[in-house]
Write a protein that binds this ligand. Structure first.
Ligand SMILES: Nc1nc2c(ncn2[C@@H]2O[C@H](COP(=O)(O)OP(=O)(O)O)[C@@H](O)[C@H]2O)c(=O)[nH]1
Ligand SMILES: [Mg+2]
Ligand SMILES: [Zn+2]
Length: 291
């Protein structure tokens, strides 16, 4: 019996990484695992069947499973933005952060292409740093910040999230030249094709760890949370929310709201609060429509 991680599913075959090897596996003929599907990222036990094929005999309990990309046991989201083009979309960032908090992932905000930016243009990043997020400045060109990034990838299953063009593939290539991922402007045709494909593969990184080769969280609809719980997913709001007058305060117009007070004193940023209100409306709307 061997233990490994499923890194790819293809045409009924399961490719399992065991130590440095990629073994081809299939399911045992007679039964399925309690009707449960197997996902990339699942930890499994396998045993040899014929010469080069193995069968999966056990799936370990999974910590979590993301829907997009469909990967199990994800521990970390590395959200990449660009210091130069494309312009940082902070609403998208805040949505991705809500998702990553919801999935209880370790979160890294990586600002790439710093070779093209002036320091003062990056002031917004401090808002996130002060909110308690790990932030990192990188350049796939000058290799700034790459050692730190590599350390963050080490030993974990990560997903990379962020708009196309921010440099996700370039960063991975710079860290792991053997990967040779294609970069640059994706043509409309292939871009569309890639988006609709459901295949996802975990790339084993030298030094340990895996990264999903599909863009994470391409769906930016908010997760299914109650409007009055939204502030739990805003790390910078969380520490004030407990001090509001009302337990179910939504930090909108309620009296003696500690979040609004923090907003006035500048401890919570206007931008974050604006996105909070926007998301709150979305969740309230959704609740009204579906109940
Ligand atoms: N100047 C500069 N350009 C970069 C950097 N990283 C990526 N690029 C360029 O940005 C473009 C998009 O990069 P790519 O890796 O394909 O982005 P992805 O869509 O997020 O995977 C390419 O033309 C890269 O050469 C960087 O750190 N600095
Ligand atoms: Mg790419
Ligand atoms: Zn409040």
């Amino acid at each position: 019996m061997l233990e490994g991680i499923v890194i790819k599913l293809y045409k009924g075959y399961y490719y399992v990484r065991v130590d440095e090897n990629k073994l081809t596996c299939r399911l045992p003929g007679k039964f399925r695992f309690k009707n449960q599907d197997i996902f990339v990222g699942d930890r499994v036990k396998i045993k040899q069947a014929e010469n080069d094929t193995y069968v999966i005999c056990e799936i370990f309990e999974r910590q979590n499973r993301l829907l997009r990309p469909p990967v199990a046991n994800v521990e970390q989201a590395v959200i990449v933005l660009a210091a130069h083009k494309p312009e940082a979309n902070l609403e998208l960032l805040d949505r991705l952060l809500v998702w990553a908090e919801y999935e209880m992932l370790n979160i890294v905000i990586c600002l790439n292409k710093i070779d093209l930016a002036e320091e003062r243009e990056l002031a917004w990043l401090n808002v996130y740093k002060q909110a308690g997020y790990t932030t990192l400045l990188t350049s796939a060109i000058t290799r700034a910040g790459l050692r730190e990034l590599k350390e963050l990838f080490c030993g974990k299953i990560s997903v990379l999230a962020g708009q196309s063009g921010v440099g996700k593939s370039s960063l991975l290539n710079a860290l792991y030249p053997k990967l040779n991922l294609s970069t640059g402007s994706v043509s409309k045709k292939t871009g569309h094709g890639r988006h609709t494909t459901r295949h996802v593969e975990l790339i084993p990184l030298d030094g340990g760890g895996f990264v999903a080769d599909a863009p994470g969280f391409s769906n930016v609809d908010l997760p299914d949370i109650e409007p009055n719980e939204l502030s739990d997913y805003f790390r910078d709001f969380r520490r004030f929310a407990g001090e509001c007058r009302f337990d179910d305060c939504m930090h909108k117009r309620e009296p003696r709201c500690a979040v609004k007070k923090a907003l006035e004193s500048g401890e919570i940023s206007d931008l974050r609060y604006m996105n909070y209100l926007r998301f709150l409306n979305e969740l309230t709307e959704r609740k009204r429509r579906y109940r």
